[in-house]
Design a protein around this ligand. Structure first.
Ligand code: NAD
Length: 346
């Protein structure tokens, strides 16, 4: 259907069908926490729509799923405006696509990008949240929502023991003053997810499809006691702060992660500072082949970030994704596909 020789009316109809399918899937995934499509299938349809829109820009509508983050927050929860938008990430499904991402970054910001290197991290398959700290004290926690406006879930996030209510000063790193937002992923470990589902079967309650949806659903409960009863954990990976405040004590993504850890924020294991993209390729493939199956939490790829924050700012964002970071997606996880299949059979 994406052939450039096909009649525009057929392509426009295909684009409309894809938009509708992706919209419905996003609503099920982000709002109902009950997807009916596999993530890989969603990614395939998304890529087809992106390709159609790139070949025929007139097919790109402002409300296309390719132009937006997440879904509109619809619950009865109060709303929170993020300091700066919480974006999605572009995907690289192969080493070639990852190399193309680097080439574009070099075209835009010069050879400094290659010279500076990368921080490579696990891509946690959870629910994105932002934690606002004032003078080191947690004051607001919110979901990503549509990227600009999220839902306030502070009482729920306070029930997660991983999340410090006050940031520490350790290893010579002072706790931050003023306002900042720490962003990261709320997730549910596989082992705890399985225990929880077994208990639900015993109690005659419906089981959850996978840890991601269980975590996202637990987070958006109106009653924090329900959230507290679900085994949620947190990993942080980013910090934002109003420009007029004193700069924070790090200049690179690598130092940012070290600083988060010093403040008492859990940071995902297995991160790597890579001098070259070849090192990133090798690390990502090692994680996919040998590390992923050992982890007690779901990952769906590696996230590669240009290391210096100065270059990140220079590269900036395009639409729903930053130019300075990309997700190197892994093949779908068999264990998770099986879990979904079990749920469907119950
Ligand atoms: P994404 O999950 O592909 O990538 C962006 C997100 O990655 C960020 O917002 C952040 O929350 C997360 N992340 C995890 N680890 C990170 C790290 N170390 N550094 C930075 N960010 C990190 O994008 P998305 O916009 O959240 O969701 C789109 C994806 O969700 C799709 O690719 C698909 O897999 C899934 N989805 C599935 C369905 C479905 O029906 N199955 C529907 C909608 C979306």
């Amino acid at each position: 259907a994406s052939s450039p020789t096909a009649p525009p009316a057929a392509l426009a109809a295909r684009a409309a069908t894809l938009r509708e399918q992706l919209e419905r899937a996003s609503h099920e995934y982000y709002v109902l926490d009950r997807p009916s499509l596999a993530d890989a299938e969603y990614d395939r349809l998304f890529r087809e729509l992106q390709t159609l829109e790139a070949e025929h820009p007139s097919l790109r509508t402002p409300d296309s799923p390719t132009q937006r983050v997440g879904a509109e927050p619809q619950s009865a929860l109060p709303k929170h405006q993020h300091l700066v938008p919480m974006l999605s990430l572009g995907n690289a499904f192969s080493d070639e696509e990852l190399t193309a991402w680097e080439e574009r970054a070099v075209r835009l910001a010069g050879e400094d990008v290659r010279r500076a290197g990368y921080t490579a991290e696990l891509k946690i398959d959870g629910a994105a949240v932002s934690l606002t700290y004032e003078d080191g004290v947690l004051v607001t926690g919110a979901t990503r929502g549509n990227g600009t406006i999220g839902e306030v879930v502070t009482p729920n996030l306070r029930t997660i023991r991983d999340i410090p209510l006050r940031l520490h000063a350790t290893n010579g790193v002072p706790a931050p003053t003023g306002v900042l937002e720490i962003r990261g992923e709320v997730y549910m470990p596989f082992s705890r997810f399985e225990q929880m589902n077994e208990a639900r079967v015993q109690a005659g309650e419906p089981v959850f499809a996978n840890p991601r949806n269980a975590a996202a659903g637990a987070l958006r409960q109106l009653d924090p006691r329900i959230t507290a009863s679900r085994p949620l954990r947190f990993f942080g990976y980013s910090v934002v702060r109003p420009a007029h405040l004193a700069p924070l004590p790090f200049r690179t993504q690598w130092e940012l992660l070290e600083t988060l850890a010093a403040w008492g924020i859990p940071v995902a294991p297995s991160r790597k500072r890579c001098d070259t993209l070849d090192e990133v390729h090798a690390w990502a493939s090692e994680i996919e082949r040998n590390v992923r199956a050992q982890l007690d939490f779901a990952i769906d790829g590696a996230v590669v970030k240009v290391d210096p924050l100065r270059l990140q700012a220079e590269l900036g964002d395009v639409g729903r994704e930053p130019r300075w970071a990309v997700a190197r997606k892994f093949a779908p996880d068999i264990a998770e596909t099986t879990l979904t299949a079990i749920e469907v059979n119950i």
